[in-house]
Design a protein around this ligand. Structure first.
Ligand code: ATP
Length: 295
């Protein structure tokens, strides 16, 4: 009976959070048989990732036919590099993440991973290769081990422990009465924002994806916890191609490249130092956020 109700339980929780952006879209696709707008091409091959380079090539996209949101966006995230996207609210940052995960197809232009058009490969293989660390994760009413293993169906206990250790949540789990078998969520232990975030990171790591999509992964945390989580994310994204969508600039100042998006167009790009020197939109946003911080 529990097996029967578990999907319903999850569905409720997923439903409550679906609207918040990139939140656990992989889970949502897996759980709900939605009529999505995108379909696999007939006899589509699987995505094969050797050099996980991500390319947006002249991408035009809008949610409604008469309102284009991205106006011919082109950029590259070289394999293993860390690129951050910043920009004012409504600029289209989260939209880029949704397109990369192929929640929608571009109106025009292409998105390539390792030279393959993501619209031409199976959605399952695409989503397998991208790990999302969302703003706020869905935790299921189940054990902490189950919540981590959920990143990859059939993950072994060893893989779960390794991912938990990598996400620096193992010391916390070891202190729990039943370790990995401790129940969490509405029926069990309540986790703090930072602990939830680490479970989400472990869940992503258990997939071992070559590409990471970080959606302002630390927004709901106090500054000390935020610093600790950032250090963990920094470590786990070292060998992975990483696209970070950020609202606060302090979290991405060390990115290899920062793209500044404004009203669906690339306004500027460069390193933190280069952008400060350019005295453009980024420098303005940086000055504003520094002033807010000191207040
Ligand atoms: P924020 O920093 O506020 O999160 P953002 O840069 O991530 O903003 P997006 O969420 O990508 O911006 O939204 C870009 C534009 O697309 C906005 O004008 C938004 O209103 C619109 N938009 C986003 N999602 C949808 C949707 N599902 N249907 C229609 N319009 C949408």
């Amino acid at each position: 009976l529990i097996q029967l109700f578990r999907p319903l339980d999850m569905l409720g929780m997923v439903y409550r959070t679906v609207r918040q952006g990139l939140i656990d879209m992989a889970e949502m696709f897996r759980l709900i048989d939605t009529e999505t707008e995108v379909k696999d091409a007939p006899a589509a091959p699987a995505l094969v990732v050797r050099q996980p380079t991500v390319v947006f090539d002249d991408v035009h996209f809008g949610y409604e036919p008469d309102r284009e949101i991205l106006h011919g966006l082109s950029f590259e995230v070289p394999a293993g590099k860390h690129v951050a996207i910043v920009g004012p609210s409504g600029a289209g940052k989260s939209t880029i993440g949704r397109l990369l995960f192929r929640f929608y197809d571009p109106w025009q232009g292409r998105i390539l991973i390792d030279g393959q058009d993501i619209a031409q490969v199976t959605q399952a293989s695409l989503r397998e290769s991208i790990g999302i660390v969302p703003q706020d994760s869905v935790l299921f009413n189940d054990t902490i081990g189950y919540n981590i293993a959920y990143g990859r169906g059939g993950a072994s206990r060893e893989a779960v422990v390794a991912a938990a250790a990598d996400a620096s949540i193992m010391p916390f789990i070891e202190r729990l009465p039943d370790g990995l078998d401790t129940e969490v969520g509405e029926r069990g232990l309540k986790l703090s924002g930072g602990e939830k975030q680490r479970v989400a990171i472990a869940r992503t790591l258990v997939k071992n994806p070559p590409i990471l999509l970080l959606d302002e992964a630390t927004s709901a945390l106090d500054s000390r916890t935020e610093q600790e989580i950032l250090a963990t994310l920094h470590r786990v994204s070292e060998d992975r191609t990483t696209l970070a969508i950020a609202h606060r600039l302090s979290t991405i100042a060390d990115a290899d490249r920062i793209l500044v998006l404004d009203q669906g167009r690339l306004a500027e790009s460069g390193t933190h130092a280069e952008l400060l020197q350019a005295r453009g939109l980024y420098a303005e946003m940086w000055a504003r956020q520094q002033a807010e911080r000191s207040d």
